[in-house]
Design a binder for this molecule. Structure first.
Ligand code: SF4
Length: 300
């Protein structure tokens, strides 16, 4: 078997996946929001994305988990628009205010190849869900021109299982957020009233495809890496999220428990999240992960 996995797919199999994703995109069911926007006819749904890659920036990134960064960085591509509407999004100018440029699929392929030439250890797609068809089409072009670093699917966790199935054997590293254990909070802060169930289904499917995270020579090779941002007043529902991961995914799951929440964008309009978390709140989350036996959970 070749590595990364996408090198094993025949051109016709990859083409089938691309077509499958384009079909899901119009009327759009690419994510659980199922806006049904006819993107092929110019309509745009919640994520305001059409059928061209919409990219804000790209380059080697050294602020990600060390298993992705290695020595030469993670080859990050920031995609504009988002299928979630987090009122505290730290990238809100990109995800919600439309910063970025529509480019061609060939240009996106060139970006992937450029990141590889810069020595990046992976192509880190942030946030790819709503642009999945164009990303796979660009991957096919880049693969023909020699791309051979793995893809990191760096997403919000609000994913459609049907779309994820089309990524099997294409994506080696899934890096979803698991943001909320309580749908009422997800509805208020991210406009996603069914977030918890959809994230559970998505994580099960991702783990079925790639398993626990495998790290070789300090670098992530394949597997699932979950991010959980601790929120003030335990609004992220940390216990429910961690229990699900331990009981229904794996106690060996690599979990990045993140402490860096700060109020930005529209967070000031929501008094419950208008402050950073306290060190006690973070320590409680960490102690909880330890008491549950999630031995790969921590600040990464
Ligand atoms: S990807 Fe965008 S348009 Fe499609 S269902 Fe999700 S939010 Fe709606």
């Amino acid at each position: 078997m070749k590595y990364p996995s996408y090198l094993n797919l025949t051109a016709s199999e990859l083409e089938k996946r691309i077509q499958g994703l384009y079909e899901l995109a119009s009327p759009c069911r690419l994510c659980p929001r199922e806006c049904r926007a006819r993107r092929a006819e110019g309509e745009r749904g919640f994520c305001r994305t059409g059928l061209k890659p919409w990219v804000a920036s790209f380059g080697p990134h050294f602020g990600e988990e060390r298993e992705l960064v290695g020595r030469y960085g993670s080859g990050t591509i920031f995609f504009s628009g988002c299928n979630l509407g987090c009122v505290f999004c730290q990238n809100f100018t990109i995800s919600q205010l439309g910063e970025g440029e529509e480019i061609s699929v060939a240009d996106l392929a060139r970006i992937m190849l450029r990141l590889e030439r810069l020595g990046c250890h992976n192509v880190n797609l942030v946030t790819p869900t709503h642009q999945a068809p164009m990303i796979l089409e660009a991957l096919a072009l880049a693969r023909d021109q020699g791309l051979e670093i793995p893809l990191v699917w760096n997403c919000g966790g609000y994913e459609s299982v049907e779309a994820l199935k089309l990524l099997e054997g294409v994506v080696d590293i899934y890096m979803p957020d698991f943001k909320y254990g309580d749908n009422r909070v997800a509805a208020r802060l991210s406009s996603a009233p069914d977030y918890f169930e959809r994230a559970c289904e998505a994580l099960r499917e991702m783990h079925r495809q790639v398993g626990d995270l495998v790290v070789r020579n300090g670098l992530a090779v394949r597997g699932l890496l979950v991010r959980h941002l601790v929120l003030p007043h335990d609004l992220a529902g940390t216990e429910r999220v961690l229990r699900f991961i331990r009981d229904e995914i794996s106690p060996n799951t690599y979990v990045n428990l993140m402490a860096q929440y700060y109020p930005t964008h529209r967070a000031w309009e929501y008094p419950e999240i208008a402050r950073r978390i306290t060190s006690e709140e973070y320590k409680r989350a960490l102690a909880l992960a330890q008491s549950l036996g999630l031995h790969r959970a921590g600040p990464h």
